[in-house]
Write a protein that binds this ligand. Structure first.
Ligand SMILES: NC(=O)c1ccc[n+]([C@@H]2O[C@H](COP(=O)([O-])OP(=O)(O)OC[C@H]3O[C@@H](n4cnc5c(N)ncnc54)[C@H](OP(=O)(O)O)[C@@H]3O)[C@@H](O)[C@H]2O)c1
Length: 271
């Protein structure tokens, strides 16, 4: 019998590429998104169904598991992928922007995971794959909120792995480097606050540099392949760095003193 994966944020980028790859490999795919009525291409795939899910909405989070189970009879993998970047100088951010960043990137993941744990326990198996980032393990200027949301996700995922191993529930995370998606377009929410001064030069250099590098980055299919590997390799491996230079930068992070590593990051980001 075909296995089933539920994907959040399947409308674009990594989520969309993952939905297509798993469907191609013969999996059932529950492709969840905020506006499924706008989706044309994915719904043509035979073993894929679209569902409405905004990860900030409790009523959606409560309904989604029974809805998908009814259609596909079981769910094997939960892929928490939805996310966006709230970026800019922290001084410019509002409390609302901080909360929303964590609601989508962290609390949405926690809430959906909480729905799935009893279900996977009852089935005697299951897998949760969270989408972190290479910046879940280091930081970059102007990304303090985004980085801290991914650092939170790293801590959550790592600790959860200990708790759920006894129930045969595998917990993993994907750590992409720069990937060419909508992330640096519509998913990048830059703080605007003209009353706060002093960051113009930094914002101009770093944000435009980021966008340029992103244009040259590999597409989301690279990450989809890594998600497929994580879902099928049978291992207990926790972290899957993916994308150009992901392994190298995380290795440098491991072996270099933080001050050296951060000097290199700042130099590279300011280019
Ligand atoms: N691209 C990169 O360089 C990169 C690197 C490391 C990690 N990541 C991570 O990869 C994940 C996917 O990003 P991406 O690069 O594929 O960007 P993307 O193409 O912009 O996709 C982001 C997805 O998240 C969804 N989303 C945002 N808020 C949501 C909410 N409240 N509820 C449900 N879905 C929501 C978006 O849905 P809508 O279509 O409704 O807006 C969209 O499907 C994110 O977690 C991101 O942090 C990306």
């Amino acid at each position: 019998m075909s296995k089933t994966i539920l994907i959040t944020g399947a409308s674009s980028g990594i989520g969309r590429a993952t939905a297509k790859l798993f469907a191609e490999k013969g999996w059932n795919v529950a492709a969840t998104m905020r506006s499924p009525e706008e989706e044309k291409e994915l719904k043509e795939l035979p073993n894929l169904r679209l569902y409405t899910l905004d990860v900030t909405k409790k009523e959606h989070l409560k309904k989604i598991l029974p809805e998908v189970e009814k259609d596909f009879s079981s769910i094997d993998v939960l892929f928490n992928n939805a996310g966006y970047g709230a970026v800019g100088a922290f001084e410019k951010s509002s409390e609302e922007q901080v909360l929303h960043q964590f609601q989508v990137n962290v609390f949405g993941v926690m809430d959906l995971t909480r729905e799935f744990i009893p279900y996977f326990k009852k089935r005697g198996e299951g897998m949760i794959i969270n989408t972190s980032s290479v910046v879940g393990r280091f930081t970059i200027p102007l990304y303090s909120l985004y980085c801290s949301s991914k650092w939170a996700l790293e801590g959550f995922t790592e600790a959860l792995q200990f708790e759920l191993k006894q129930f045969n529930i595998k917990v993993k995370m994907i750590e992409p480097a720069a990937i060419k998606t909508d992330f640096h377009g519509r998913s990048l929410k830059v703080f605007e606050n003209d009353a706060v001064k002093g960051y113009n030069k930094m914002e101009k250099n770093i944000l435009s540099g980021m966008r340029k590098r992103n244009e040259k980055a590999p597409g989301p299919e690279v990450v989809a392949k890594t998600v497929f590997k994580a879902a099928t390799d049978g291992s207990q491996k926790l972290r899957y760095p993916t994308g150009k230079g992901a392994g190298a930068v995380l290795f440098a992070r491991k072996i270099l003193p933080t001050s050296w590593f951060n000097k290199l990051v700042f130099k590279q980001q300011s280019r």
